[in-house]
Design a protein around this ligand. Structure first.
Ligand code: ATP
Length: 218
């Protein structure tokens, strides 16, 4: 093992409701691990989202499905820390915990989709996110980034051109990455299930088996 590289390989964290997790999340996660040369990426299901209705499915089920989806891929990890905290799941609190665990100098990358970026100015203490981590934005089909206003300024001020600065500093940069577009959403999977149709091949079979065993989304 390389003694120089190991401590510096950035850690990624990808928050979401994962209601349920699907191949859009998983393929993006793996592509980011390889492009950014992450040590690993943590998929972190949100227990109580601040800005949307409670997910259809209990947090414990959503985390169990993430764990099944990443089994066998050591570079992807289910991080269920938000299930263990009381109250609303604020990303800033999770980043502060991760920062304490990793130490000051270790690069930490918060991954989010373009849709999340549009709402970011409503996030609790959003302007402190970059004090704790870098932000990696997944450019998603059909989504544009804000062109004017405080979020556009924030993107412009902190944007970096490629992955290298994310390895060289522990936090503070914003990278926008275009990944393979997969037009899959949890909403569509829930709709298919609710209407008796199959979401097979949009998500791992182990996740679909779990949904059927626990009679979720019907
Ligand atoms: P829903 O349809 O319930 O809103 P979703 O499919 O968008 O769910 P979330 O769990 O809300 O999934 O998303 C977590 C993160 O994953 C968000 O930042 C979102 O932008 C991103 N994401 C969701 N689907 C995809 C996809 N197909 N490709 C890339 N990123 C995705």
């Amino acid at each position: 093992m390389s003694r120089e590289r190991a401590p510096l390989a950035p850690v990624g964290v990808f928050g979401g409701t994962f209601d349920p997790v699907h191949y859009g999340h998983l393929r993006s996660a793996l592509e980011l691990v390889e492009r950014l040369q992450l040590d690993h990426l943590r998929l972190m299901p949100c227990a109580v989202p601040p800005h949307r209705d409670l997910p259809t499915c209990a947090a414990a089920h959503r985390a169990a499905m993430v764990a099944l989806a990443v089994a066998g891929e050591p570079r992807l990890v289910c991080d269920s820390r938000e299930l263990e905290r009381e109250g609303i799941s604020y990303t800033i609190d999770s980043l502060a915990e991760l920062r304490r665990e990793l130490g000051e100098g270790h690069s930490l990358c918060l991954v989010m989709g373009c849709d999340a970026v549009h709402g970011i100015a409503t996030w609790h203490r959003w302007q402190e996110l970059l004090d704790l981590a870098h932000v990696v934005v997944i450019a998603r089909p059909g989504w544009q980034l804000p062109a004017a206003g405080p979020v556009a300024d924030w993107l412009h001020r902190h944007r970096v051109a490629g992955p290298l600065p994310l390895r060289e500093r522990p936090n503070g940069g914003i990278l926008i990455e275009e990944l393979r577009p997969l037009a899959i959403s949890s909403t569509e999977i829930r709709r298919l299930l609710a209407s008796g149709r199959s979401p097979r091949y949009l998500l791992p079979q182990a996740v679909l088996d779990y949904i059927e065993t626990h009679n979720l989304y019907h």
